[in-house]
Design a protein around this ligand. Structure first.
Ligand code: ZN
Length: 241
């Protein structure tokens, strides 16, 4: 009996060491079931020896209790009838409006030029700088400033370059292969700037929100004019082929 107890004590210490390395859930299981790691099976007495958690604690309960702030008091500024509001349809951002599928396609010749907007953040700005250098070395584009904050409909830092339609079959595949993983918006410039930004878009990699709802619709009195592309970059490096 004595030798048996000694062996049990040795096993308990070893098992305790292993149990301490395990998750609380697993430790609780070992303590209650008297199961030893390493294949040995302990008696009930040894199991109780390292069952340190109180018997009333739920299995695996580490004692966590969420702390929540006290409830706010007062009346909701939204009132108490919002659940009864009727369902309303938002205005369409599509050029065809709410009339559904248009009767005929728009001529592709409605597109005058393109913009590429390259988005970045504090972790990816060096990639953006590399891409910007590569573009400026190779393409006769109109390169804009660094925007370090949201600007216009663009909700993150960005820079832009504009290009004429003849560059499209080169710029799109080039950006696909050289995006460096950045999110890039390609939008046409037609006579409908709102749809250009929200509905006629191409994206390289994942898309992100574009806050273009405030852009006046086509034909509205304050609608912006079609943006001109006036290249300000002279390429210095032959395009790799
Ligand atoms: Zn643009």
């Amino acid at each position: 009996m004595t030798s048996s107890n000694e062996r049990i004590v040795e096993n308990s210490a070893l098992d305790q060491e292993w149990a301490d390395r395990l998750a609380p859930t697993r430790r609780g299981l070992i303590g209650k079931a008297g199961i030893a790691t390493g294949g040995a099976v302990l008696g009930a007495g040894a199991g109780a020896a390292f069952a340190a958690e109180p018997a009333s604690a739920p299995l695996g309960d580490p004692g966590f209790r969420p702390i929540v702030p006290p409830r706010d008091t007062g009346r909701s500024p939204w009132g108490y009838d919002t659940a009864n509001e009727p369902t309303l349809r938002p205005d369409s951002i599509r050029p065809e409006g709410g009339s559904g599928i248009p009767d005929r396609p728009r001529p592709y010749t409605d597109i005058y030029s393109y913009h590429a907007h390259i988005y970045f953040d504090e972790d990816t700005y060096e990639k953006a700088a590399q891409l910007r250098r590569w573009v400026a070395e190779r393409f006769p584009v109109e390169l804009g400033n660094w925007n370090l904050a949201p600007r216009g409909p663009h909700v993150t830092p960005s820079f832009y370059f504009g290009f004429t339609n003849d560059l499209l079959p080169v710029v799109v595949p080039w950006l696909q292969l050289n995006s460096l993983g950045l999110t890039i918006l390609l939008h046409p410039n037609s006579d409908d700037p709102r749809a250009d930004h929200l509905h006629y878009t191409l994206w390289v990699n994942r898309s992100q929100p574009v806050n273009g709802y405030a852009i006046p619709a086509r034909g509205a009195p304050n609608a912006p004019t079609i943006e001109k592309i006036l290249p300000n970059i002279t390429p210095t490096v032959p395009l790799e082929t």
